[in-house]
Design a protein around this ligand. Structure first.
Ligand code: AVI
Length: 327
């Protein structure tokens, strides 16, 4: 049984918690599996660490998708003929450049990266500064709120192209991922496009190396969540007493990232308002990365209102990129 405790230590009423603090209370202060939403991994340092992950020899996702986008950017541009590109979780937008260049060869393009990390938005603005004919409108919001904002500026005569790359869909649980695709489809018009990247299932040793690399970059990315709570929520996590841990759910084809407590310990956060007890070996679940099968993708997208126009597979790593039309 997990030891746990979370109690207000002050009697004075305070304003209700919102945002990160509210999610930390909801995710850490209960008897069941502790967890935090993966979006909190991406503060300024977390975004930089994720960027470093994409350069690791063990993490083939990023390079596989770049190979596919470089090979098929022109087809994507010609098929979609979009003048508005909305990218969800754009990060550094490095891979997007090829697609934007191919579109810009045909017309002016408005690019709306939707990204909760403002530092990543700034970096992508700089990186794309030299593209003639590109209007950059960064949106620092959650995905769907960002789509809503981006679509207010659309020119109804041209299709919009939504990019959801890097297999970020796999960071939702199955039901939430489906609901998300449906909610996205509801916001689009028939004839709009979705370019979706999905990481395919692969043997456990390959996945273990990808999510627990030899340099410890993924471990730092994960543990930065504790450091972030120390910085932003006045918590007193001692990082040396926790470690990065990977779990596999083979039947669900999920890789899970956890932070494991290496001893019994008590942590305070919320400027001393809350305390949590950890048992030795107890974990905080910080992210799920689902690994897809091609059959699964083929069933999922039509169910959510998207018809496949093209699909390309990188067999070197095992990654699929699909271009879909909103029905
Ligand atoms: C952003 N997302 C698709 C990455 C993934 O592979 O699930 C995040 C990541 N976590 C650990 N390494 C990379």
């Amino acid at each position: 049984m997990n030891a746990w405790l979370a109690r207000p230590l002050r009697s004075l009423p305070r304003a209700p918690a919102t945002g990160f603090l509210a999610d930390a209370i909801a995710g850490l202060c209960h008897d069941a599996q502790k967890s935090l939403p993966p979006k909190y991994l991406y503060d300024e340092l977390g975004s930089m660490l994720f960027d470093a992950i994409t350069r690791l020899p063990e993490y083939g996702v990023w390079r596989a998708e770049r190979r596919l986008l470089e090979a098929h950017a022109e087809t994507i541009a010609t098929a979609s003929a979009a003048d508005l590109v909305v990218e969800l979780g754009s990060g550094s937008a490095e891979k997007t450049r090829t697609v934007l260049e191919a579109l810009l060869a045909q017309r002016r393009v408005t690019y709306c990266p939707v990204e909760i990390s403002r530092s990543a938005l700034d970096a992508s603005r700089h990186a794309l500064d030299d593209l003639d004919g590109l209007l950059f409108r960064g949106i620092a919001r959650d995905y769907l709120a960002g789509v809503d904002e981006a679509l207010t500026i659309r020119d109804a005569s041209q299709p919009a192209l939504v990019l959801f790359l890097g297999s970020s869909l796999g960071n939702f649980d199955a039901e939430a991922g489906e609901n998300f695709l449906r909610a996205l489809r509801d916001r689009l018009k028939p004839g709009d496009f979705l370019l979706l990247g999905t990481d395919l299932d692969k043997p456990e040793p390959t996945l273990r190396a990808a999510y627990d690399d030899a340099l410890g970059v993924t471990a730092a990315f994960n543990l930065n969540l504790l450091a972030r709570m120390n910085r932003e929520l006045g918590a007193d996590f001692r990082l040396a007493h926790f470690r990065h841990r990977i779990e596999f759910d083979r039947s669900a084809r999920n890789v899970e990232m956890h932070i494991e407590s290496m001893r019994a310990q008590r942590v305070r956060f919320g400027e001393g308002d809350f305390e949590i007890d950890f048992a030795p070996g107890e974990t905080i679940h910080t992210e799920t990365s689902h690994k897809y099968s091609l059959d699964e993708i083929e069933a999922l997208l039509p169910d959510c209102g998207f018809r496949r126009a093209e699909q390309w597979v990188d067999h070197e790593w095992g990654f699929a990129t699909g271009l879909y039309i909103a029905d």
